[in-house]
Design a protein around this ligand. Sequence first.
Ligand SMILES: Cc1cc2nc3c(=O)[nH]c(=O)nc-3n(C[C@H](O)[C@H](O)[C@H](O)COP(=O)(O)OP(=O)(O)OC[C@H]3O[C@@H](n4cnc5c(N)ncnc54)[C@H](O)[C@@H]3O)c2cc1C
Length: 388
Amino acid sequence: MAAANVAEVDLAVVGAGLSGCSLIGRFHQLQSNLNIALIEAGRGPGGRAASRRRRDQSGWLLDHGAPGFALKNPPSKGMEELLSALQSAGVLERNKRPVLSLDAEAALSATTSPEACPEGGWWHGVPCMARICEELLDGAGSAQVRRHFETRVRWLERRNDDWLLENEDRSWSLKAQKLVLSGTLLAHPRSLKMLAWDDVPLRSAVAKGVDIDLDAVLSQLQRMRTEVRWNLMVDLGVPDLKGDVFPAQIWLSEAAKARWKVERLVFQPQRDGRWGLVVHGLDSGEAITPQSQARLLAQEQQRLVSLLPELLKSSSGLSAALNEAKPLGVMRWGASRPLNHPLHPELQWCPKSEVGFCGDWIEGPGFGTAEGAIRSGVDLAEQLHADR
Ligand SMILES: Cc1cc2nc3c(=O)[nH]c(=O)nc-3n(C[C@H](O)[C@H](O)[C@H](O)COP(=O)(O)OP(=O)(O)OC[C@H]3O[C@@H](n4cnc5c(N)ncnc54)[C@H](O)[C@@H]3O)c2cc1C
């Protein structure tokens, strides 16, 4: 049973990643007067483009998910306006540090591979990726957008043409006329195994056959596979690089990825002169369940820490940087990127059930990347604004 006096909003947006925040940022640019609630399981905005802080070290910021992104496709007018506003606010800029490549003998060279050197270059948040989402929300203001962090929606119900959202123990609830899901957690069967849920919440909320668009969304999603990542975070202190400079990223060649099961190394300067390193570890394929997770995290930390001297052996400066290295744990990304079966943009909004979707899993330019996530949020905001 839901609590009595449930708060009511026009629109509930689940997820404060790049797509959910772009949706809200674009609504603000369109001068929408929708009363919005944003619900996010994490401590702050960012999602897979979030930045890790440390309770023991003020000022420490490490991009432990996406460290940046490419803008490879011509932007729509809306996307252009959103990105320009972020650039003008000084929170989005083009990367100027080198990006290197590492081969299967651990030799470093300037890279030309399209994934490491995308057309148009790399863009990143300033001083960290989470700042992009923060800026999008700050622009909208807290009066128009009520934020609920550290709140994971578990239960969805469609009642008298409204949506009812509740957390796991039903101590928090919210009523909304319209609902947007920016992540797939409430709609994809992966949550069954990963979180030991016994139903897919969106499926339970609207029975099969009631809304054919929604049925199409759920059946499409069922087939979508995602990639797992294990990202080791390291504090490198203030290393003496012996004349070398830290690259922004080191991408492993295909043969090197196969040998070490690592995708890339990302180096990030800290305000006080220290450096952070994130090692993007590829998956071993073992199923992640509430029971296996702790063991897998420890296993990956040990594996990735022990690989570092070998990976950096060809640069005396970078090797020396490992002398003071302090591992800060591993972040597991259960669904770091969607790999296939994108959702057709025509299904981004299901009018009958008044539920919509945005995220990097929507079909179109930038599918599976930050660019696609931003685009999908902008497009959905424009569609909903025009439909009013
Ligand atoms: C390790 C890693 C490296 C990457 N590298 C790159 C890169 O180099 N270039 C690039 O373009 N992209 C990269 N990506 C992908 C990029 O980060 C994503 O495409 C983008 O951030 C997705 O944004 P989103 O809003 O679609 O989803 P998300 O960021 O996942 O946002 C969804 C949000 O919804 C929240 N949420 C979900 N369900 C619930 C619920 N039930 N209740 C409350 N909150 C909920 C989640 O906590 C999350 O914050 C990388 C991703 C990872 C993980």
